[in-house]
Design a protein around this ligand. Structure first.
Ligand code: ADP
Ligand code: MG
Length: 705
């Protein structure tokens, strides 16, 4: 019987020939530690060097990124005037010399003595008439020969060369033997992949770059398929396990709410509500993601869903990631539901009482909180809005029917489950205020059904965004603010983002208000809004702004969500390069809500190339999904997936940008495989991999019958 891949986790590296304590210790210093044969064979090369096709130093152009294989000829360490270590190397590759300079990396002097051969990867620049690389990435290769050299991720602490690693991995592969393939011929053909054992050999020791690509494809498909199987099985398990409430989706509350809206729902909103209503009325609990761009009208959809639950006698919960967002939601939802009544037989004269929306955050006082808990348990609260505070143990509903989570990928699967656990299989609607690319959505939210609001309400005029670089452009931005106010419109100034603390942020916003009052916006009616303004005052300020008694709201990112004043037509975002793309797009969505042309000015220089690319993208496009793609491009998937996904899943090779097509194919395959065999009974090897490699914590839940 060939070994399975996951069984290689049971063979410690010390069982390999040539691995004595010292080497094992070195392997243990990797992050994550390399402890088993499995860890070794899945320690994949980060890249390859094709010796027959090497860039020569002689041919390098300034400004280009390059990788050269060269030998250290001179090694000198100095101190800068600030006392920082400065290591200077001159390296030679037979064609020419290159200077490599390392700041603050004193250990490089010891790592790279004269005579060492290494690969240097970095951007070529010109310094005092000489080509050089500053802080290049360095890979020691030892004396490996052969045409294609795998370059392994290394650890500074471990001090093993890529050659050492290659040797160990070769030994590990020998020990592993022909590992079993969880995909049969048919599936290998359908997915156009080579077999597993060959892929493992070939990724480490390819004869050609084509071989390396072929091997990578197979191993990427494996990673993605395991992950998709987990997600799809989680989805099916929930459907199978749970009874599901059947909500009364048609009823007077929803009708009255719709009748009170000053607009008609968009086609996209109606389609979304159709899908949600079908889920709510159906036998399985809903588990759905609602994605939509800023301003696409997610709130109305979420509130309708909550009312569908409430009109059948259930309670609804809406959980937001921050207090400010929860408070904003509470304001908006209360305003929307003002005047609606619910049936309450026997309790009041007309068997009716006003629909009750409550807010619970960490700012809720102890007294209020206990009153709230009682009202909630007694069924007197219909909709509870709040933060993580909703998850605490004392919060008990009398009949929780629907959970809406506004999450911006900040809540984890566990937290969703915790809130769900406060009812008996309530329905769950997850909203993302930030669109994410399809492939990323399939990976992060692959256990949910998906609804996209792909249409903005009519009458929106596109927002003209300009990146105001330099004093002239900034002056023009402030001119525009005054002009808009003179024309009877209103505006926002968003103050720079300060990470340190809400307190410092608040103070800096206050100072900015004073500065603007004395300079650019002198004579206008300004008001301040930030996270530390007391709730009452905040509400009063917002009310005054809505009523047009304030011209310009100077604020922190508090206004990111929830604020909705159609007469506001201009926004200035200061130090815009401090914000991420998604946040800029969210902020900008506060204008352009009425019929008039709106403007958004991004101030700041875009301190880094990535910062520049972000501002340029936001200036160029107002399409949230397009911006999300750019964001993924710029940030890499690590940030999108979050540590939770990246850390726990076994995506070592797969890359959501490069492997888009494979994500989709793996998902289709996962559906097809589990359709026929929901618990993978006939595919024990695949079942074992899901169990052992993806979600050990959750395996029981997925496989229990
Ligand atoms: P999102 O949360 O998706 O960014 P909101 O739910 O805050 O968007 O809605 C944005 C604005 O559009 C709000 O002023 C809302 O009242 C309005 N709106 C929502 N749906 C419609 C519609 N169908 N027609 C016109 N305006 C709408
Ligand atoms: Mg919203």
């Amino acid at each position: 019987m060939p070994r399975t891949l996951s069984s290689l986790k049971e063979i410690p590296v010390t069982r390999l020939a040539g691995v004595a304590t010292k080497k094992a210790e070195a392997l243990g210093l990797f992050d994550p530690a390399i402890e088993t044969v499995f860890d070794l064979v899945t320690h994949y090369p980060r890249r390859y060097i094709d010796r027959t096709n090497q860039a020569m130093i002689r041919d390098l152009a300034v400004g280009e990124e390059a990788m050269v294989l060269a030998r250290v000829k001179r090694n000198a360490t100095r101190r800068t005037r600030q006392g920082r270590a400065l290591v200077e190397l001159d390296v030679f590759d037979g064609s020419s010399y290159l200077r490599c300079t390392f700041f603050n990396q004193g250990w490089r002097g010891r790592q790279l003595p004269v005579g060492t051969e290494a690969v240097f990867f970095g951007k070529v620049d010109m310094y005092r008439g000489r080509r050089q690389m500053t802080n290049p990435v360095v890979d020691l290769i030892g004396d490996k020969t052969g045409r294609i050299i795998p370059i392994y991720p290394q650890s500074e602490k471990a001090g093993l060369t890529t050659w050492d690693l290659a040797g160990l991995i070769e030994e590990a592969l020998r020990r592993a033997g022909e590992v079993a393939d969880p995909l049969d011929d048919e599936w290998r053909q359908r997915l156009s992949v080579i077999d597993r054992a060959r892929a493992l050999r070939q990724i480490h020791a390819p004869d050609t770059m084509g071989d390396a690509r072929e091997a990578r494809r197979r191993l990427v498909v494996d990673e993605l398929l395991r992950l998709q199987l987990t997600l799809v099985m989680r989805k099916r398990a929930i459907e199978r396990e749970a009874k599901g409430l059947r909500h009364e989706v048609e009823g007077p509350l929803v009708e009255r709410f719709w009748a009170s809206l000053p607009f008609r729902l968009t086609k996209a909103q109606r389609r979304a509500l159709g899908e949600i209503a079908a889920d709510l009325a159906g036998p399985h609990p809903m588990h759905r993601l609602l994605q939509g761009d800023v301003g696409s009208g997610k709130t109305v959809v979420a509130v309708t869903a909550l009312l569908m639950a409430v009109q059948g006698g259930y309670q609804g919960a809406l959980m937001a990631p921050t207090e400010v967002l929860a408070e904003q939601h509470a304001i908006v939802v209360r305003r929307m539901l003002e005047g609606l009544v619910v049936n309450d037989p026997g309790q009041s004269l007309f068997d009716e009482r006003p629909l009750r929306v409550e807010l619970l955050t960490n700012r809720t006082t102890a007294g209020e909180r206990s009153r709230l808990h009682a009202a909630l348990a007694g069924g007197d609260v219909d909709v509870l809005i709040g933060t993580h505070a909703l998850l605490t143990e004392e919060v008990a509903f009398s009949s929780l029917g629907l959970v809406v989570i506004d999450e911006q990928h900040r809540f984890g699967v566990e937290q969703r489950a915790a809130l769900r656990g406060k009812g008996t299989d309530p329905d769950v609607l997850v909203m993302t205020a930030t669109p994410i690319p399809r492939t990323a959505a399939m990976t992060v939210y692959g256990d949910l059904d998906m609804t996209v609001l792909d249409e903005l309400p009519p009458g929106r005029t596109p927002i003209e965004t300009s990146w105001a670089r330099g004093p002239m452009a900034e002056a023009a931005a402030w001119d525009r603010v005054r002009a808009e106010v003179a024309a009877g419109h209103q505006g926002y100034v968003v103050c720079p983002l300060i990470e340190e603390s809400e307190k410092i942020q608040a103070r800096s916003a206050e100072e900015e208000l004073q500065r603007l009052e004395a300079t650019e916006l002198a004579g206008l009616r300004l008001a301040l809004l930030h996270g530390r303004v007391p709730a009452k005052e905040k509400e009063a300020t917002m009310a005054a702004f809505r009523a047009g008694e304030i011209d310009v709201l100077v604020s922190t990112t508090v206004i990111e969500v929830g604020v909705d004043v159609p007469n506001a037509t201009v926004m200035v975002i200061e130090d815009a390069d401090r914000f991420g793309i998604a946040q800029l797009h969210q902020l900008r969505g506060r204008v352009g809500r009425g019929g008039a042309v709106s403007y958004c000015f991004l101030l700041g220089e875009g301190a880094t190339p990535v910062g520049e690319a972000r501002l340029a993208a936001v200036e160029r496009s107002t399409d949230g999904f397009e911006l999300a793609e750019v964001d993924l491009e710029l940030r890499g998937e690590g940030t999108i997936l979050g540590t939770r996904q990246k850390g726990r899943s076994d995506l070592k090779l797969a890359n959501l940008r490069r492997d888009k097509e494979l994500v989709a194919r793996a998902r289709e395959a996962a559906f097809a495989i589990t359709e026929a065999d929901p618990k993978l009974r006939s595919r024990p090897l695949l079942a074992e991999e899901v169990r052992e490699l993806v979600e050990p914590d959750e395996a029981d839940f997925l496989f229990k019958s």
